[in-house]
Design a binder for this molecule. Sequence first.
Ligand code: ZN
Length: 619
Amino acid sequence: MYEPGVIGVWNGANQKLQNFQPCHKRQPLATYHRQHRVLEPGPGCADGVLEYTADPLWPGIPGVQRWHPLTQMLQFSTVHGVDPDRLPGTLYLEVRCRITADPPSGTRWRARNAVFQSVIPSTDYTVTNNPTPDRKIRNVVSIKFDALSRTAAMTYMPRFVKWLKAMNAQPADERKWRAFTMGSYHVLGHNTQVNEVPYLTGQSHTRQPFTNDHGFFPFGDDYTWIWDEYRRAGYKIGYGSQHAINMMGYCLGLPDVADRFDYLFRGQDCYMKTCANFNILNVDPSTPLCSGNVPIGVEFIRYIADAVKDATAAGAGVAFFTDFLETHNCNSPMTAAHVEDAALEAVAQLMEARDDTLLVVYGDHGQHYGKLYNTPWGRVDHRLPLLQVLAPQWWLDEHPDTEAALDANQHEIVTMYDLHATLRHLLTHPTSFSEVGPGIIETMDNPHARSLLDPVRTHPDAYRTCGEAGLDHASCVLSPGSMKVILTPPAIMVDIIEAVVDHVNGHTASHRSPADRPGDGCLEVFIEGDIISGFINGMVRAGATGDIYDVNVRIQPYACTFGAVVEVAHDGLITVHSVAHTSPYAKFETCFAKAEGVPSGMCLCQFPGGPVPASKQDK
Ligand SMILES: [Zn+2]
């Protein structure tokens, strides 16, 4: 059914998977003994100088890290922690192998500068890691694997999937926990913000203009942040990013971010700052992010597990939210394999070693750049990310209606608004959502939101529709109607492309950079019809009032691609429903100094030397 090229993409990914070098094959730079806070130099730096720092690379100020030689075992105490007043008990350690010789040409910076990081809470625990539950869900841990589609997870995280299946296959009275796969979880829109902001706030990402000045959260008191709800309910709250110094991969962050969380995992480098050397969106698929010989994602999970133990010792619960960016990759969906060990660690530490935690593992969207996305199959894959909800079996046994609802909702169309409503509902569970839901929905931007702990369907005898889930019919691939790959562009495609270009021009024309703002602002964009190379591929399906085309249009001089959802009504009227920039380098998305009011994804970044030729981008 699919084009041969689509199969090629998957074959390419599998080849990369075969060349995948897991972290454990490396020599450790250092070993960190968490229980005693002892750092021990390892054999992995024979070709350089081993150094350590206890200063996090934060808040993105050059020179804040002081490095010291690591030549013998060192024991750390909490006085080495950063920000002891605001984040007591958090210890940050980073180890690097500084190679003084010039690296071979073409070598990435990590080849000469490997990094090790560990963060631990300082509390000396007096309780075991398996406390007696007080008959409730004590903790909520939310693991976000950025850009992880359901298919990518099923294909490239086989041990994780096998574990969930094996546990689910056991009789209820023998299993410790159960995993629910939300099989029709659908994106709300193209990229991170449009899905993530509704999850974390229950509100639309359009409430505030997206700027990269401070990342996009946590800021803005107009939003009802989910962690504030949990804080008010007496929980300790945590946030962490695998691959960034602070929130959402942006180095600058909010100066008061440490005031907002009880636990904060800062990650080992900075997405924006180092993207000249290492672009997280284009990471080498054969090289996972390692912390010495341990995946950095595993270190991250260990930090979360420590935070949960720490809170338990203090008699509190934890709500911990995360962002794992390693899965966000332009080259290959197989980077899901990079985080599989982290996913396994999360199940081991939070579901096996404890029985008081709800674990949510999800992707905000599927892969939305690159070769896979530029296939009809990739367009579908992008819209169906992973969503797993893991709950202790004893809790399900005590609430059979909740278990039945979670079971049934696996087959219903759900969105990030529903996940937000679910976590809000959990705070008052087992009160039914019909009772508390109206008060929750009142603060949200989607009246259709429902809790996964109650049945989400509107009519008892029918599955929830896209519209009932609050999804735009034109962008919902789960709506009824045949979906066909467009192999030969029909004549109407010329008109569709023109409509898309008009849309792009209309949305960029009002905020072109004035001549006195060269270099760092939004580039003047006006796309003439004759510089468009045109239609790449797409899909078409029957909508209620016409055919809905889901197409990619290439704009040649910027070597970029726009994805668009365009409706051609029965009377021939063309309506552009949405347009998003989808090129591998996302130049329209990561512009560092966007003009005010620019819609996300519609400002073309200026960069030295002008547009990058296509041959350089599409590696
Ligand atoms: Zn994302």
